[in-house]
Design a protein around this ligand. Structure first.
Ligand code: BYC
Ligand code: FE
Ligand code: FE
Length: 471
């Protein structure tokens, strides 16, 4: 179904037929636009950006590309088409028809999931707001803005659910989405990693590689939901998420390519004198971003997570492809346990280990991209392997939050951690160096010296196309 772009809020949910809901969303809209102007990408209100706008949820719905003034971007509400006769595929209600209304007894759990998901979307826009000042090319600047407008749309997606299904509580939650801010000491964003700064482009590419990938996995788990409007919303969001991870993966790849070229050319591992980013520095950024993203999965052992699963609200990654009874009642599994003498294990109910399961799938997916990074390094005849740090490294949530470990997973004392952390995580000096490279490049087709050009442009346009028009 095509979205109706004549409506004040483009949508494929027949908003026009529900005047009350439409009016409520139209009241929220100006607050959103104000938030975008105050907290969204800096200095972006007057420029025109070559953006992709969803015009429908089918595959060719993505074919619409045009230069758009960003505050005029048509943020809309799009749900994937309902599957015919979709049934709940896991938990206590397995086999029952999916819900089109909120099951009253699960209202507070659903609200919490939707609020947590929604909160991350504007948080990421706030975290990335300064990056427009220092984009390494117009191509990259455009990709940043594309990601930003889509995260804005993801907020709309969750706000629609809050307004449509949660009455007055939902409207209040929607307002609060614009009142908490990333890094705000008084009213921070809900999840910790969404309060970190993302002020340089190496961090941006790591963010879109690692943190948007948490988005992919959480959205995939919510796409399994028995609450069909949530499932359909997340299914459409996932199509947008793929592009965010493309930006992250190709961004890191292009940096590695440039670094490897400089290493070969100057026969050195230290490419800083030549304006490049050392592989060692890239590894530190990986260590930081991956470890804070593991925290985003919550505790390995969580009754919240068990409840979400049993209630049919949040499934596992690709639930229907898993070969078991999808109920898991009485099943047990071993998880690690920290003791005085080191790491032991304990047996817990599989249902309470849902966060761990999703996190393990996330790790496998993250590693696949690292393998591609390492291939690129090896193709330059360079004998360095980038790795994901051990799950115990730099953790503040879950079973490892009270201990310290090396990236290889060896337990160490707090003292030793303090002594050695500069070798593993970005230091002020590393950040200052990376920041010194962040100078804007605005001539079409030109790239900053620390990053290789992309393989191709966007939507068939050449790399030197004017993706962003400054007036
Ligand atoms: N930081 O029972 P536990 C995305 C809290 S990213 C701070 O283990 P649970 C995107 C927890 O709230 C995807 N607090 O947690 C990416 C709880 O608090 P209370 C976002 C944390 O509930 C890039 C307590 O600790 N979507 O879309 O099993 C750009 C006990 O924890 C953290 C979702 O996350 C943390 N990291 O699991 C843009 C999906 N972790 O009750 C967008 C929805 C836990 O003691 N959320 N806590 O006050 C969920 O499914 C769950 O809330 C979580 C946590 C998996 C996050
Ligand atoms: Fe998102
Ligand atoms: Fe994303």
């Amino acid at each position: 179904m095509k979205a109706d772009y004549n409506e004040s809020i483009p949508n494929n949910v027949n908003l026009g037929d529900d005047r009350r809901l439409l009016r409520a969303l139209e009241r929220w809209q100006p607050a959103y636009i104000q938030w975008w102007k105050d907290m969204g990408p800096v200095n972006s209100n007057d420029i025109e950006v070559y953006l992709r706008t969803a015009v429908s949820v089918d595959t060719d719905g993505w074919a619409h590309f045009d230069h758009v003034k960003m505050p005029d971007y048509r943020w809309g509400i799009f749900l994937a088409e309902p599957g015919p006769d979709r049934k709940i595929s896991f938990g206590a209600h397995k086999g029952e028809p999916v819900w089109n209304e909120i099951p009253g007894e699960y209202r507070s759990e659903l609200r919490r999931l939707i609020v947590t998901q929604g909160d991350t979307e504007p948080a990421s826009v706030e975290q990335q707001r300064e990056l427009g000042r220092t984009a390494p090319s117009l191509y990259d600047l455009r990709n940043l803005y594309q990601v930003n407008v889509e995260e804005g749309r993801h907020l709309w997606a969750m706000v629609y659910l809050l307004h449509a299904y949660f009455g007055r509580d939902g409207r209040e939650e929607a307002d609060e989405m614009l009142e908490r801010h990333a890094g705000d000491p008084d009213r921070p964003r809900i999840l910790k990693a969404f309060n970190e700064q993302t002020n340089d482009w190496l961090s941006f590419f790591m963010f879109t590689y690692f943190q948007d990938r948490d988005g992919k996995f959480q959205l995939a788990a919510l796409a399994e939901s028995g609450f069909d409007p949530l499932s359909r919303t997340c299914r459409f969001m996932l199509t947008e998420e793929a592009h965010h991870m493309f930006v992250g993966e190709t961004g890191v790849m292009r940096i590695l390519q440039r670094t490897c070229e400089l290493m070969r050319q100057h026969d050195t591992t230290d490419v800083r004198p030549f304006g490049g980013i050392n592989l060692e520095t890239v590894q530190k950024w990986i260590n930081f971003h991956y470890s804070i993203c593991l925290d985003l999965f919550g505790s390995e052992r969580s009754t919240n997570a068990a409840n979400y699963f049993s209630m049919g609200l949040k499934g596992r990654y690709q639930e229907t492809k898993i070969d078991d009874d999808h109920k898991l009642d009485g099943e047990q599994m071993d998880i690690p346990k920290v003791t005085e003498d080191g790491i032991d294990s304990e047996t817990i109910s599989t249902l309470t280990a849902m966060n761990l399961k999703l996190r393990q799938d996330y790790t496998a997916d993250s590693q696949r991209g690292l393998n591609r990074f390492n291939k690129m390094i090896a193709a330059h005849d360079i004998d360095v392997t980038l790795t994901l740090p051990d799950e115990k490294f730099n953790r503040t949530i879950g079973i490892y939050s009270g201990i310290e470990a090396t990236p290889e997973g060896e337990l160490i004392s707090a003292e030793e951690w303090a002594k050695r952390r500069a070798a593993w995580l970005p230091t002020d000096e590393d950040k200052a160096y990376v920041n010194s490279l962040m100078v804007p490049v605005t001539e079409p087709g030109k790239m900053a010296g620390w990053i290789a050009p992309p393989k191709r442009g966007i939507h068939g346009r050449p790399i030197d196309y004017e993706y962003v028009l400054f007036h």
